[in-house]
Design a protein around this ligand. Structure first.
Ligand SMILES: Cc1cc2nc3c(=O)[nH]c(=O)nc-3n(C[C@H](O)[C@H](O)[C@H](O)COP(=O)(O)OP(=O)(O)OC[C@H]3O[C@@H](n4cnc5c(N)ncnc54)[C@H](O)[C@@H]3O)c2cc1C
Length: 590
């Protein structure tokens, strides 16, 4: 078996992975850094981010305001020390990106333009039209080319972490083009594999977002944190799940029900105003807006379509010029995928799975409890997002914590010995497993597609916007059954060249682990907080549940859950208040 040797290995070539790779090279250009990615880096999901990246830049805005918005938006489950680091370093990172060539949109006076985003008290979201992720990722990607010490493994799929003597020493990876399986060893490994939206049927997430890194860490004994908190974005296009960015509402878009009524006024989100007001109505947080949609369905005030009930986003009042300059991509998506022109027509929208607040348990430098293993970006849970992430916090999060993890992993690698001989035999075992379980096996009774669609149904029905004991238990039982049945999967395609069926099988097995972690964590939290709303326990319960959920994988495949304390520094838990009156009440709450 081939083995390659590096100092720091980055699993993932999205925003977090590339930012971390640059940090490794900046910390010590003599360290060899390798970026392994199952897709060409520019095709990572970061490329599809639209709306922008939050960072305090304007006079009048403060780091404390950004911290407070993030913490109250996260329903007090964020670690406040992490949030304080985040808000301080976010503008520094965004400025660094500017120096590396990111074309931030600007006002006519030349200053970096900012826009409003949901749940934010001040305008602080930097953007590059509505293609922020594309420009951000491109900037990072081209910056990595400056460093000779960064090697890439494009279209290589990581199937397992190599762990010996209590520390991570590399990975086993499959080259998609050739089917070659080999060990890639390293002294530190950073998981930057992104989220897991594909565990659910209706999502904004690219098809590659299957939670691989979460499952890899989980299988290696690392706990996952706060997995019950899955974010629905309130405005996805029906059928495709394509995102219509929050920026459309920050520019002044209204959400209306089938009677043309701005229904958010009925859900403690403020009163209608002609112009958008921060933290009010359409600029409330995503969890509340998605929950309001479900209530509208229950009241029979939504419009039925072949793809489920929808409400409408009304951008017509913005006019052609604003739409074409500030939201060109929104218009393009509507025209291409719905045959609708938002200049003249209403856009049908419904909530759609968008983002994973939970993930691999890390500290503020991205370190996990397993020596040598780090995580950053959406795969990780530091946690700054708590029970509900605010829009536009994720891109700066991957920059801030990608950079911190890169630096910490580089420093740790400088202290480490080369990998042990034993990892080679582990890698050979993994190769054998892949061959026996998939490449040589015939006659299995189960199909991947059947298992995937049953998993989707179980997750949507059991762990959607609203859940309860019965729905979650049913989902947990189903997932257990599917994990058993997965052993009976066999492939039709046994070839080695771009075997996408093999890929689908590996991703499916990761998704079953991640789905179970979501459902088991949700069963454990018998309260409602942020994106986790239980109809059988509708109130927040700070006495018993102001704590993170850590879920561990036992060696027999069962799981165990343990709470971990939330770090509170300066903002004691308070009521979450939105709407035009919120300013007054928030000051009182501090
Ligand atoms: C449509 C959309 C719009 C968004 N808009 C915004 C926004 O405006 N502002 C904001 O702040 N956030 C936004 N978000 C969220 C944000 O974009 C993501 O959370 C963030 O980009 C994730 O970055 P990442 O680097 O962690 O992961 P990704 O960009 O998803 O990259 C993951 C990487 O891991 C690799 N990988 C995964 N598994 C494996 C494996 N097994 N082997 C090898 N490689 C692997 C992939 O190839 C990829 O390179 C949006 C998300 C979506 C879906």
């Amino acid at each position: 078996m081939d083995i390659s040797y590096h100092d720091v290995l980055l699993v993932g070539g999205g925003g977090a992975g590339l930012r971390a790779a640059i940090a490794v090279a900046e910390t010590n250009p003599n360290l060899s850094a390798a970026v392994v990615s199952k897709v060409y880096p520019m095709r990572s999901h970061t490329v599809s981010a639209e709306g922008g990246a939050a960072g305090v830049i304007r006079p009048g805005d403060t780091l404390d305001d950004h911290a407070y918005d993030t913490i109250s938006g996260g329903d007090w489950l964020c670690d406040q020390d992490a949030v304080e680091i985040f808000v301080k370093e976010a503008p520094e990172e965004l400025l660094r990106l500017e120096h590396w060539g990111c074309p931030w949109s600007r006002d006519s006076d030349g200053r970096v333009a900012v826009r409003a985003f949901g749940g934010m008290k001040n305008m602080r979201t930097w953007f590059a039209a509505d293609k922020t992720g594309f420009h951000l990722l491109h900037t990072l990607f081209q910056t990595t080319f400056k460093y000779k010490s960064v090697t890439r493994y494009d279209e290589w799929f990581v199937t397992r972490l190599l762990v010996d003597e209590g520390r991570v020493q590399g990975v086993v990876a499959l080259q998609l083009m050739s089917g070659r399986i080999q060990a890639i060893t390293a002294k530190s490994v950073i998981l930057c594999t992104g989220g897991c939206g594909r565990v659910f049927p209706f999502t904004t997430n690219a098809s590659i977002k299957t939670g691989d890194g979460m499952a890899l860490a989980f299988q290696a004994g690392v706990p996952l944190k706060d997995m019950e908190f899955v974010q629905y974005h309130p405005t996805g296009l029906p059928f495709t799940g394509i995102l219509i960015t929050e920026a459309a509402r920050s520019e002044g878009g209204y959400l209306i029900n089938k009677d043309g009524y701005r229904y958010l006024q009925d859900y403690n989100l403020g009163t209608p105003t002609p112009q958008p007001v921060l933290r009010n109505m359409e600029l409330g947080p995503r969890d509340r807006l998605s929950q309001a949609f479900v209530k509208e369905v229950e009241k029979g005030r939504t419009t039925d379509t072949p793809y489920g009930p929808v409400v409408h986003l009304d951008l017509r009042r913005l006019g052609e010029k604003v739409i074409n300059t500030r939201l060109p991509f929104v218009r393009e998506l509507c025209l291409k995928y719905e045959n609708i022109d938002p200049i003249k027509e209403l856009i049908p929208v419904r909530p759609v799975i968008h983002y994973m607040m939970g993930g691999v348990h890390t500290d503020n430098d991205g370190a996990t409890p397993l020596a040598g293993l780090y995580a950053a970006g959406e795969v990780a849970c530091v946690s700054i997002n708590g029970a509900n992430r605010l829009g536009s916090n994720s891109l700066p999060e991957l920059l801030v914590f990608g950079a911190r993890a890169g630096k910490a992993a580089a420093l740790a690698a400088m202290e480490q010995k080369p990998p042990s001989e034993r990892v080679v035999s582990q890698a050979l075992d993994e190769k054998l497993r892949l061959e026996q379980q998939f490449l040589r096996k015939t006659g299995g009774r189960e199909r991947i597609a059947t298992i995937r669609s049953e998993m989707h149904k179980a997750m949507e029905n059991g762990a959607g916007i609203y859940r309860n004991q019965t729905s979650l238990q049913k989902a947990a039982d189903k997932l257990r059954e599917l994990r058993e049945r997965f052993r009976e999967v066999s492939l039709d395609d046994h070839s080695l060249t771009f075997n996408t069926e093999l890929l689908a099988a590996l991703e499916q097995s990761f998704m079953l682990d991640v789905g179970s972690a979501i459902v088991e964590s949700a069963l454990h939290r018998v309260e409602s907080r942020g994106a986790h709303q239980r109809t059988d326990f509708p109130a927040r319960d700070d006495r018993n549940f102001l704590a993170h959920t850590l879920i561990f994988n036992n060696s027999d495949g069962s799981t165990r859950v343990k709470p971990a304390p939330v770090v509170i520094t300066r903002w004691p838990p308070a009521e979450r208040v939105y709407g035009v009156q919120s300013e007054v009440k928030q000051t009182a709450a501090r």
